[in-house]
Design a protein around this ligand. Sequence first.
Ligand SMILES: Cc1cc2nc3c(=O)[nH]c(=O)nc-3n(C[C@H](O)[C@H](O)[C@H](O)COP(=O)(O)O)c2cc1C
Length: 320
Amino acid sequence: MADLSVQLAGMRLTNPILSASGTFGHGVEMTQLVPFERLGGWVSKTVTWNPRPGNRMPRIFETRAGFLNSIGLENRGIAHYVDHVLPQVEVERRAHPATIVVTNLGGHTAEEFAKLAAHLADREDIDAFEINLSCPNVDGGKLPYSTDPGRAEEVMALVRRETDKPLFAKVSPNVTRVEEIAKGCEAGGADAITACNTLLGMAVDWRRGKPRLATGAGGYSGAGVMPVALRCAWQCVQAVSIPVIGCGGIQAAEDVMEFLAAGCTAVQVGTASFADPSLLADLAQSLSNLLDQEGGRPLSDWIGTLDVPPQVPWRPAPLA
Ligand SMILES: Cc1cc2nc3c(=O)[nH]c(=O)nc-3n(C[C@H](O)[C@H](O)[C@H](O)COP(=O)(O)O)c2cc1C
């Protein structure tokens, strides 16, 4: 197997593949499909302070090239996560210490994000936190942390005060200048940027005159979003000096390599697991096979190899 290891925010990952939050439970329920140790890391579903029932049904719709969802951060709250999920995580982690565990946190206010981090700060079964600044399905996507660099910085700074664990800030593609949000997160103390969450989208059942999602709009993910997610990740890479974790539309090892070449240190895979739940189990091996075909250089050699020519004014040759 080729050397797939990467260094991410002070942690060594055996491979650069993580599950994307909310697309694979908390991870530990899925280990019969995807053995825990096959991934570089597992990211939990977003955990909020109080239990959340989520949004009205229907809240998932498959489009031609991806998924629309408006789950609305359904979860059982932090007490359930601590009492019922983390003990299972601990068992896996003890058996496979090389795989990292990332807990994704969601709050309504900066203080709530900080309260969540403080509550989990001393847990040895969590390696890092991912701060979900960017869910489009809560409060109609109006939470300001994903669109205002100053507010993003404020959240990250408050969370930073509560924990020394690595912090990933998960940003939204639904902004004009994602790199400004990433810079805000870095200034607030983020150790990595996850780029990115879902795009706002919708689908219509025109015969019935109804939206496909009960909320009207929702988050779009899967194959169709990859070019947008890749562009966002690349812009973040250029703007910050902390690592960027690419996320959006990845379905195969070739896709992973595009994100890595664009400068990402690691990737997350979400929607592709719905079509093929065992995809994540085999992705690291596919990546290794791909690198072998390319001469066997270690994976880290490929990070940031993208060379975009400088933009020079184009002058057409004078007409003869
Ligand atoms: C059904 C579903 C639920 C999701 N839930 C969460 C969540 O709880 N927290 C979060 O940060 N992102 C959530 N996401 C976003 C994914 O983690 C990921 O950022 C996005 O889907 C893009 O990656 P993909 O195209 O590989 O799925 C969810 C996505 C889907 C499809």
